[in-house]
Each structure stands twice: as C-alpha cells, then as structure tokens.
Design a protein around this ligand. Structure first.
Ligand code: ATP
Length: 905
C-alpha cells in the first residue's frame, strides 16, 4: 500500500483525525492501555508470610508448647496460654508484613503512574502532546529517537528510522524501518510498521496508528497474567540471612540453657518452657515488617521530593554514592533557552526579550535573517501559544524552540516559510554527530539543505561563507574569526550553534553529500540559566564527600562557565577533557585521570564516552550515579550503580533503563534523594539497635538466673512477647520513619561493603543492651534477696516473685523508651534534633508504657502474665534506671564528637 492510501484505509488524513472522530473512536476502541499486571492472589500473598523463617520457628515453638501442655499432668493453663500467644504473634506478624507488602506494591504502582507517558499527535491539523492512553486508530503520530512506540502504527514518513523490537521479537539489534510499500508477509516482519513495546533507536518518523491497547501485537502476545517477579535488594538479603543466623543462635542458646537446667533437677516441661522463653527473647519478631515500612517510607519521601525510585535497590545504593556524573542542560541548567545574540557578517546582533514568548527585537535584523531562517527550517519543535495556565511553551527540543522564537522576533513568518519550503528529507540530530540537517524544496524544482549544530562540527563541513549577502570561500582567516567568536560566546556560558546552507541538490539525498561543501551562515548564542537551587545542592555534595563530574556535549568553555556558576568548579584550572582527548587515553590512564583530578569536566562527549567514564570509575570502586536523557544514554544508565533519567525532557528509553526518574529534571533532587537514601539506611540501623538491645536486656537476666541457680525465669516468654510485640514494634516503626539527621550529609558516603551489622552497630547493641540487662538483673535479684526467701522456695505464684518479674518487664519497657530516644542520632546529641521532634516515637513509647501499666494493674492481664501491681516508687526507681542507657549513650557520643573534631583538626 502506498502512503497516500494508508490514510484512507485507516479513516484518517495527513492532518490527523478531527477531535470529534477521535472521541468517537476512543468510545468504541477504549483507552490505549494494556490490562494491568495480575497480582499474586491476596491469600497467597498472606500465606507467603508464614514461610518466613521467624514464622516457622515460632510456629514450631507454638506446636511443641501445645504438645507439652497435653503431656502435662495436670495440664497447666499457662502453657496453653503461651502456645496460643505465640500463635497470635505469628498471625499478628504475618498481618503486619502482608499489609506492608500490599501497600508497598500499590505505592510502587502509583509511583510508576506518575511518570508521564505522552505522544505527539496531529489532531485537527494541530500538533499536540497527549497522554499515550488517548491514542486511537487513525491518529497520526510523530516519533523520534528515544521514543517508545505507543501503539501499532504504519509509517508514512521515515527519516533514518531504526527500531529495537526486543520486547516483541526478542531480537535486540536495531532494525531499519521505512515508509515504503512492502511485500506481503508476516505482520511483525513488515518493514513499514512499528509496534507497541518497541523503541525508536534512531531517526524521526510520522506514522498512522492502526491498533491500540489489547488489540496491538504486544497486547496479543503478552497477556500479562504472570505476576511480575519481585526482586530482593542486597539489604533485604542481608536482613534475611541475619534472621537465619539469629534464629540459629536463638535455638542454640535455648538448647544450652535447657541442658544446664535439667541436671539441676528442674522438671522437663518447665525447663522446656524456660528454653522457649529464651528463644522467643532472641527472635526479633517485628523486624521484617519494620524493614519493609522503612524502605517504603524512603521511596515515598523521595517521590515527594521529585525523585521517583523504580527499584528499591536504588534507595540503598543512593546512600553509598561517591560520584555523580551529571549532564548539564536541564539538570544543572533550566533548559529554558533564550537566544541572546546572533553573529553574522562579522558582527554580533543582540536579541531582546526572554522566555519563549516571541516578543522582542533583533538589533539590525537584516544580516541575521538567513541564519535564523536556516535554524527555523531545520527544526522539529513547535511554539505553543499561551493557555490559561501556561505562558508560551515549546513542544519538542528547547534549543530548536529558542531558534523559532528568535526567528519570529526577527520578523520571519514561520508558518509561511514552512509552507514555502516543504521538507522532503531529514538527517536527525544525534549527540555523536552533534548536528542536524533537513532538505527542503526551494520552489524552483531544486532542493536546498539547511544544517545546524555544534560550531566546530558544522564549520568542518563548510567550504564557503555568506558575507554581506555574497557567498565567498571560507578562508583560514575567516575560519579563525568564526572560531574566536564561538570561543568568546562559549566562555560567557552561552550555548552556541552554527547554521549553514547546502548547495542545490537533487534526490536521492545521501547524508554525507548533503552535509558537505556547505555555506556558513552564522552563529547563534543562547543562554540557558543555571537552576537557582543547584548551587546549594553542589555544596551539599561537596560536604558529603561526593564528587561531581560534569559530562556534556557542549563546548568546553560553555561547560566551564556553567560549572563555575553552579560551584562545581572553584579552582583556577579545572581539568577539561574533550571526547576526542578521551579517545586517545587507554583505560588505565583514564582511571588515573578520573581518580586524581578533583575538578573534572568532560566536554564534547557522546554517550560512549560517558559509558567509558562510568566503567573506569567503577573499576576504581566508586559507586556512580549517572544522569541521562537520550536514547543512547541507556547503556551508561544501565551500567551505572544508579541510572537517573529525566522525567520531563528524557526519552522513554532512558526512563526505562534508569532505576530512578527525576520528575523535575533537577540536580538538586539527586542530592535530596542521596540524603534520604542515607537516612533510610541509618533508620534501619536505628531500629536494629533498638530491637536487639531489648533482646539482650531480656536475655541477660535469664542467663544470670540460670547460672545463679534460681529455679524460675526472671521474665517469662509471655512477658517477652508482650514487650517485643506490644511495646517495641510501634517505636521501631516510628524509628524507621525518622526524618534525616542534620549531620547525614556531613559525613563521607558509606562503603558499599559495610555490613548492616557493622562492628560499630554490634558494639552499640551490646553497650545499650548490656546496661539494660545489668539493670534488669539488679532489679530482680535486689527484690528477691530483699524478701529473705531462699531461691529454692520460690514458686510461680509467690507474690514477691510476681512483683520481681513485673519490675523486670516494666524496667525493660521504660529503658526501651529512653533507648529509642538515644538511637535517634548516631553522633549528635538527641538534644540537637530535639527530644520532641518525632511525635510518633513519643506517642508509641508512651503507648508501650501504658500497655505495661495495664499488664501490671488490670486483673485479667495480671493473671495472664502472672504479674503484680507496682507502686509509684517502683515506677520512679525503674524510670531512673531506664534513663541510664540514654545518659551513657549521650556521654559516648560527646566523647566521639570530641575525638572526631580533634582528628579532623
Ligand atoms: P548535556 O549532555 O549537558 O545535556 P548538551 O545538551 O549540550 O549537553 P548534546 O545535546 O549532545 O549535549 O548537544 C551537543 C551539541 O550539539 C550542543 O552543544 C549544540 O551545539 C548541538 N546541538 C544541540 N541540540 C541540537 C539540535 N537540536 N540540533 C542541532 N544541534 C544541536
């Protein structure tokens, strides 16, 4: 079928559909969406919680306790209560874990939906940017390199188009596509069709949609029924393996103490219940749930700050980032280009007016008209007039948009010129070639090429120059003048483009020929102001020990000027490396260069240079975050430890390859994400220290009692469960949601190899837990000894014993309250962040104390937990003892801070 027939066959026109037809078709065909990914069934997801190792250990314990109860003669209610309580623990834990997983999945989905997926569509002859969901059969769409093909479509115009069909055919090499008629054959093999799920690798195209949503080939092949596999991050793996080890230690310790007690004449069942208490004390029941909450909160906070994390892995890796390799345009700058000056006929002509509003003047416009006409014709952008919400906007590339605005300011009627010079061929812009050309009919039966691009590249292809309206040979002298002007404009931080015209041409057009022997027309200098927030973000990185390497396609002088403005470069002589200089270096010299130079700017680089730099940095054991927007940035984004794509200006391909998407494209959002990534890790450590120190506090008195020959436990399994699940879990969750500490960006990045349970963490657990255990032992034995009753005479219902175990339990709850405050900071005094700054933690802590009071005073609970009412003096003594870990930790932190300052000075 010829292209003309394609429109008719699909009920469309070269101007696209009318909006009325589009609405009607949308009603009959539905939205251009695939059915959502099926989730695991809710029950299966819930059942999976019981396969967790902690759950298995606890289920087994419950089963054995029940067996023990049945074997007892007479059976004791306490044993039955314990079996039921452990079962409740497992159920509660599974419910929390399930709720967390469920909400995390929903959060990920809703976050994914925040990444806009739009298409450029012709409707009523107007080019619009619409959500891809709105496409209907017959829509005429425009595609370019980096776009994901949004629906199945037939090409009607194709310039140098190649696509990657990996998602459909499994073949990952790019294949060329054309708009020409093809021999009949399998649809997926058709050379003039593009399919949903594939990506445009090179070129620009116009195509008519013939299938949308479930009717596309992609929809037909992939009925997405299977659940998407959920990958665990290294952190989750570490927690899982830690859980296995802790469970092993718990069982082993329980077994040893069981073995110690038996020869002392204790009966089998009570020794078993005792051992079980030890096991339960050691198993941190609420840990897996707390971990998921902490990660989910991190992801949500990052999204609120415009950093959308697609994989949890990125949250952890962000905290270890040592180098950020960043683009310039749009990331450090606003990507709001305004042409300030045009150089033609040897003179600079100022252009007034800012933004994309085509109001302003060009001083003495006559000589610059050919330059701006070439720029405007060789452009795919479109100016969108203001609407209620927005001022003038650019649809497409902002550099090209700025050229259109300048042309309009110079009095060029864009629509009339585009109609007078219809475009018949295009060699699209690519960041390797750094230029773009288009071929237009000149109205006399011949064709004319217009070229624009990086001045050096364009100049290298020019043989002539237009000077005062006359075409003359481009002498070395004139070349030097052009280069000097370019350098001058670039050193002012301007982005400079050159414009040129080709000689009259005839079809077929080959790129090489079209872009040779050109006539140089002039230079255009445009300003892209730095983003105001970037300077502070760069300083924060500096303080946080993160290096910034700028990698840009722009001129070295422009790059340096921008880098100075945002504070990336402060010294007199930063190292400026161009892509071609990089090509002359071997890998080891490159590595040396990257590790020795603090201020490094990679200029005039293409995506392959970025990729080399990332690999070299990684070989130096750096954790590299890389930004990218173009389709050919995808390999570097995948190679990086954290690939970061631009949400606004980035291509679909870059967004797919990245693990994080910046919704506002700003560098400052990367710094914020690093800050949050670091704090997520710290928060996980906080609740680990909190949870495990209480385990030691529970275990300490039990071990002491065993070796002291006391016949009963100083704290029962039921009481331990009441602590671990009743009063510990909420504060642990609140710790997982702590806001970042003030010093989180004042320390160097965490080593990637640093384990969660580092020596420092273990020491802190032993330190805080040790103090808690000692106070627990002191309270217990002081109370028991004060009664004067020999150890052997104590029975479970002895009131002194009941008081003593209540004191131990309440002591742990109170000291946990203070430990929760202590672990909120790693180095700073808690007073610096404010005792009241996490109201959730205080509320959770107070609720825990309230629960403890209920256990001590409410008769039903008293009989379940075998406790006794405590006096006010008891509470006061316990509160004072509970404060000890906090005071000791504050002293330790003060000492550490002094040590740190001294070693720094
Ligand atoms: P960054 O990687 O920091 O975003 P950049 O946007 O300047 O840098 P590229 O987009 O690769 O990098 O552009 C490289 C050079 O190509 C620019 O300096 C400019 O001279 C030229 N250029 C940019 N956009 C176009 C375009 N649409 N048409 C022709 N030439 C262009």
């Amino acid at each position: 079928m010829q292209t003309g027939d394609v429109y008719a066959a699909l009920g469309s026109t070269p101007d696209g559909l009318s909006s009325t037809t589009a609405r009607a078709r949308r009603r009959s065909h539905g939205p251009n969406q695939l059915p959502p990914v099926a989730h695991r069934g809710v029950w299966r997801q819930f059942a999976a919680q019981f396969t967790d190792l902690f759950a298995i250990v606890l289920l087994l314990s419950s089963g054995i306790t029940l067996l023990a109860h049945l074997l007892q003669d007479p059976p004791e209610v306490g044993t039955l209560q314990l079996a039921v309580a452990i079962l409740c623990v497992v159920l509660l834990n599974a419910t929390i874990g399930f709720a967390q997983e469920y909400s995390a999945e929903r959060t990920t989905e809703s976050l994914q939906a925040m990444v806009p997926h739009s298409s450029r569509v012709l409707r009523d002859g107007e080019l619009l940017e619409l959500p891809a969901d709105d496409l209907v059969p017959g829509d005429v769409i425009l595609l370019e390199s980096g776009d994901a093909v949004p629906a199945d479509c037939r090409l009607v115009e194709a310039h140098d188009v190649s696509v990657n069909n990996a998602a459909i055919t499994g073949e990952s090499d790019a294949v060329r596509r054309t708009h020409e008629a093809d021999a009949p054959g399998a649809l997926l093999e058709a050379r003039n069709c593009l399919f949903m799920g594939s990506d445009v690798v090179t070129g620009t195209a116009r195509a008519v949609v013939f299938a949308t949503g479930e009717s596309t080939e992609f929809g037909r092949i992939f009925r997405l029924t299977a659940a998407a596999p959920r990958q665990k991050t290294p952190l989750q793996h570490e927690i899982a393996s830690m859980a296995r080890r802790v469970a092993g230690v718990a069982v082993a310790t329980g077994a040893v103490l069981f073995a110690v007690r038996l020869p002392e004449g204790q009966d089998l069942v009570s020794s078993f219940v005792f051992a079980l208490g030890v096991m339960v004390a050691l198993v941190p029941e609420g840990l897996p749930a707390t971990l998921s909450v902490s990660l989910a909160i991190g992801v949500r906070r990052m999204a609120q700050k415009n950093a959308l994390v697609k994989r949890l892995l990125a949250v952890e890796a962000l905290g270890c980032t040592t180098v950020i390799c960043t683009d310039k345009t749009g990331t450090l700058t606003q990507a709001e280009m305004t042409v300030l000056t045009v150089w033609a006929d040897g003179a600079l002509h100022a252009v007034t007016g800012v933004g994309y509003r085509p109001r302003g003047d060009v001083v003495d416009p006559h000589p610059v008209l050919p330059v701006l006409l070439a720029g405007a014709l060789c452009s795919n952008a479109r100016l969108v007039p203001p609407s209620d919400q927005d001022d003038w906007q650019v649809l497409g590339d902002t550099t090209e948009g700025a050229l259109l605005v300048a042309a309009a300011k110079a009095g060029i009627d864009l629509k009339a010129q585009q109609a007078a010079h219809p475009r018949i061929a295009e060699f699209p812009f690519d960041s390797g070639r750094k230029m773009m050309s288009t071929v237009h009919e000149d109205g006399n039966g011949a064709c004319q090429a217009y070229v624009k691009g990086a001045p050096q590249e364009v100049l290298a292809r020019c043989a002539y120059i237009e000077w005062g309206g006359v075409v003359q040979p481009l002498t070395e002298d004139l070349r030097a003048r052009v280069t000097a002007t370019n350098d001058d404009l670039a050193s002012q931080g301007l982005r400079v483009l050159a414009a040129a015209r080709g000689s009259p041409l005839r079809a077929p057009f080959a790129q090489e020929k079209t872009e040779s022997d050109l006539v140089f027309l002039g230079l255009v200098g445009m300003l892209d102001p730095p983003r105001p927030e970037v300077r502070a973000a760069v300083e924060a990185c500096e303080q946080a020990g993160i290096r910034i390497v700028m990698a840009t396609g722009d001129h070295p002088l422009t790059a340096e000027a921008v880098a100075r403005r945002v504070g990336i470069v402060r010294r007199d002589e930063p190292l400026l490396m161009t892509g071609s200089q990089l090509d002359t270096l071997d890998d080891s010299s490159l590595e040396r260069l990257l590790s020795t130079s603090r201020e490094l700017l990679l200029c005039r680089v293409g995506p392959e240079h970025k990729m080399r730099a990332v690999k070299a940095l990684q070989r130096r054991h750096e954790v590299v975050a890389v930004t990218g927007d173009g389709a050919n940035d995808a390999p570097a984004l995948k190679q990086a430890d954290i690939g970061i794509a631009m949400g606004k200006e980035g291509t679909d391909v870059a967004r797919e390859a990245a693990v994080m998407v910046l919704l506002d494209d700003s560098f400052a959002s990367i710094t914020t994400a690093v800050r949050l990534g670091r704090s997520v890790y710290r928060n996980i450590r906080k609740f680990l220290v909190y949870v495990f120190s209480s385990n030691i506090g529970e275990l300490g008195p039990i071990v002491a009692a065993t070796f002291a020959g006391f016949p009963l436990v100083p704290i029962s399994a039921m009481q331990i469960l009441a602590i671990d699940l009743g009063s510990d879990i909420m504060p642990a969750l609140a710790l997982g949601a702590e806001p970042p500490e003030p010093d989180v960006m004042e320390r160097p990045p965490r080593s990637r190899h640093e384990r969660l349970f580092s020596t420092a963490v273990m020491r802190r657990i032993l330190f805080l837990g040790g103090i808690q255990a000692l106070t627990g032992c002191a309270v217990f034995f002081w109370h028991i000894n004060a009664s004067g009753i020999p150890f052997a005479d104590f029975t479970e219902d002895n009131p002194v014993y009941r008081e003593a175990i209540t004191m131990v339990q309440a002591g742990i709850v109170l000291s946990q309250f203070f430990i929760a405050l202590a672990v909120r900071t790693e180095h700073d005094s808690v007073l610096r962040i404010g005792l009241l700054s996490n109201p959730w933690l205080l509320t959770a802590g107070c609720a825990g104390i309230g629960w403890m009071a209920a256990i001590s005073y409410v008769p039903v609970l008293r009989s379940v937990f075998n406790t006794a009412p405590l006096s006010l003096t008891d509470w006061a003594v316990l509160a004072c003892l509970g404060l000890l870990p906090l005071l000791a930790d504050e002293t330790r932190k003060a000492w550490l801070r002094r040590h740190h300052t001294r070693s720094r000075s």
